[in-house]
Design a binder for this molecule. Structure first.
Ligand SMILES: Cc1cc2nc3c(=O)[nH]c(=O)nc-3n(C[C@H](O)[C@H](O)[C@H](O)COP(=O)(O)OP(=O)(O)OC[C@H]3O[C@@H](n4cnc5c(N)ncnc54)[C@H](O)[C@@H]3O)c2cc1C
Length: 172
């Protein structure tokens, strides 16, 4: 298998990168060690900062976010029987945060990738990046019990905090 950009990991970083590359006309293949259900149900972030919302909109991936996300304009701290409002837009020139779970962002990006983007392979665990110091790096990965190779011009590790793909996927 061959592609321009091999992306390791289908978390928000890998999925959004694949979307941005697709929009720029650059092909990619995403390798994700877990299955689709696991990735779509993995509970993590709940709040998106303004910059994240902006980039998802620019990537054409915010249709449901704009419909279902809850804009959050501030918080109220209470002490000494007084309310102290922290007004985000007033303090930041109009910026706010949005309550929209990371699971939903991943679902939206996965759906777009499968409909419009390049291959997104679940249960495809990257085992090693080979030739990283050459013009033709390769990702060795395992899928369906078989080892395969993804030949690329570029490899991007979007495998989260776990680091080198030479290590196995993080435990659940
Ligand atoms: C409990 C919790 C709450 C959080 N709350 C917030 C919040 O409110 N707001 C906020 O902005 N952020 C929050 N975060 C942080 C946010 O979730 C992370 O910043 C985000 O998940 C990072 O995305 P990522 O794509 O870089 O990595 P990840 O989401 O970790 O995705 C990495 C992907 O790579 C895959 N992978 C790993 N190794 C391999 C391999 N060898 N081969 C193939 N695939 C592989 C993994 O299975 C995974 O799908 C929270 C995090 C946690 C844990």
């Amino acid at each position: 298998m061959r592609t321009t950009v091999g992306i390791i990991g289908a978390g928000p970083a890998g999925l959004l990168l694949a979307r941005l590359l697709h929009n720029a006309g650059i092909d990619s293949v995403v390798l994700e060690g877990r299955d689709r259900t696991y990735v779509e149900q993995r509970q993590r972030a709940g709040i998106l900062e303004q910059g994240t919302v902006d980039v998802l909109r620019a990537a054409g991936a915010a249709e449901r976010l704009d419909r279902e996300g809850l804009r959050h304009d501030g918080i109220e701290l209470r002490y000494d029987r007084k309310r102290h409002r922290v007004d985000f837009p007033a303090l930041t020139g109009g910026r706010s945060v949005t309550v929209y779970a990371q699971t939903e962002v991943c679902k939206d990006l996965i759906a777009l990738q499968l409909e419009e983007g390049g291959p997104l392979l679940f249960e495809a665990e990257a085992l090693a990046v080979e030739g990283a110091d050459t013009d033709h790096p390769r990702v060795r990965f395992r899928r369906d019990g078989r080892e395969d190779v993804l030949e690329c011009d570029y490899v991007v590790g979007c495998d989260g905090f776990w680091g080198s793909p030479a290590r196995p996927c993080p435990p659940r």
